[in-house]
Design a protein around this ligand. Structure first.
Ligand code: HSE
Length: 425
């Protein structure tokens, strides 16, 4: 195995995890020779001589073979990665936003420079899903990819459901444990999982779908009444990322979902992630592993560095070998939508409605809506509105409510509410 000199950008949670995994790996031949940091005044565990604040100390150092980029800022990360590849170095990164938003460019840049960029640590922490898709599933068509791609939200949901801990406390814990992003809105609003889904779409279906085209909803609007609804029906709630190939196109989204106890994703707890793949030949396979945390993510980065020692590169087999599948937001999904006031949503956006509960303080409807409508619906931004995917349950399959009749009911409710508001003024 070739000895690898590593230049590291960033020495936060994952950077320190990587350092520890390298020190404790018995057969990895390589070392971190320089670390570029933003804040030189922060106390560090390593000798000052390791650190620099000048990127070119790494990027222009001919002795450094591999640049490992583990910083927060996606724009700065892209500059570092670009410069490193152009300077003849291979790159490992765990920056999902940077990779997802620039994947097409990064594929071209690898062709141009002949150097590799690997990013297993960017998607589902320690689950080796990208290399599995690249190597094992390189030639098998996939029909579905779904899973839990964010450790922080899964940790929070586990604490809420299993231990009755409130949302804020659970989020604080996820941050303290180093699972959450510096800006935890990326986790709880589903952006982080969406970046990961966007990357996997390239490796699973051969298509580049910019994150902006994918609907993402988070767990930050969960209300006590939603939890009550789930508990009543013996359901869990998980933040699920999903992509499906259907009728010659692919659709996908990141939205919280009700899960039955017997479903495979129900057993995935705390910071664990899961990826379920359904192949045309192999049927379903489920991969489970820690999706966040210093050592699990550090281990994924180490595995990429080690793969570079035998000149491994992603081949993007499906991207190059398959006819281009279109990505579409035209399909509709069944959702449960809870809201405080009837004014909060527009029933006309739904294709059909299957059940409802209306009252002044807390209402919900269950119905089908096109992803494209959901993407554009302004009421989806309303903090009182919470949306959860509801797979079809047997007893509701044949029900269909009249949207017009419901509109009348809502209109009566609105009038009642206005009267109540006037009286209370
Ligand atoms: N914030 C991310 C998560 C870290 O919670 O999954 C790993 O990508």
């Amino acid at each position: 195995m070739k000895h690898i000199n590593i230049g590291l950008f960033g020495f936060g949670c994952v950077g320190q995890g990587l350092y520890e995994t390298i020190n404790n790996s018995k057969n990895f031949s390589g070392e971190v020779t320089k670390i570029c940091i933003k804040n030189p005044d922060k106390p560090r565990q390593l000798d000052d001589s390791f650190f620099t604040v000048v990127p070119s100390d790494i990027l222009n150092d001919a002795h450094i073979d591999v640049v490992v980029e583990l910083i927060d800022d996606a724009d700065v990360a892209l500059d570092i990665v670009t410069q490193a590849l152009k300077n003849g170095k291979s790159v490992v990164t765990a920056n999902k936003k940077m990779v997802a938003e620039n994947l097409e460019y990064l594929v071209e840049l690898q062709k141009e420079t002949g150097r590799a960029i690997l990013y297993e640590g960017a998607v589902c922490g320690s689950i080796p899903i990208i290399r599995t898709l690249e190597e094992y599933f390189g030639h098998e068509p996939l029909n579905e990819l779904k899973g839990i791609f964010n450790g922080s939200t899964n940790y929070i949901l586990t604490k809420i459901f299993e231990e009755n801990i409130d949302y804020e406390t659970a989020l604080d814990q996820a941050q303290a444990l180093g699972f959450a992003e510096s800006d935890p809105r990326l986790d709880v609003q589903g952006y982080d999982a969406k970046f990961k889904l966007s990357i996997l779409l390239t490796h699973a279906f051969g298509i580049h779908v910019p994150p902006s085209q994918i609907v993402n909803l988070g767990i930050d609007r969960l209300k006590p009444s939603d939890l009550e609804y789930a508990r009543d029906k013996e359901l869990q709630i998980k933040l699920v990322a999903k992509a499906v190939k259907s009728e010659g196109q692919v659709y996908g989204f990141v939205i919280p979902q009700f899960i039955k106890a017997e479903e495979s994703l129900a057993g995935i707890q705390n910071e664990f992630n899961a990826v379920s793949l359904t192949g045309e030949f192999c049927d379903e396979q489920l991969f489970i592993g820690k999706g966040a945390g210093s050592l699990p993510t550090g281990a994924a980065v180490l595995s990429d560095i080690s793969a570079l020692s035998y000149d491994y590169q992603y081949e993007y087999k499906k991207h190059y070998n398959l006819g281009k599948l279109p990505f579409s937001n035209d399909p509709s999904i069944q959702v449960y939508v809870s809201f405080n006031r009837p004014l909060d949503i527009n029933l006309q956006d739904f294709e059909s409605l299957k059940s409802k509960f209306f009252c002044f303080e807390q209402s919900y409807v269950v119905g089908n809506i096109k992803l494209s409508r959901l993407l554009k619906a302004s009421w989806r931004e309303n903090p009182n509105v919470n949306i959860i995917v509801q797979p079809t349950f047997d007893q509701e399959e044949n029900q269909r409510l009249s949207i017009e009749e419901l509109e009348l009911e809502v209109s009566d409710l609105r009038k009642g509410q206005e009267i109540l508001e006037k009286i209370s003024l």
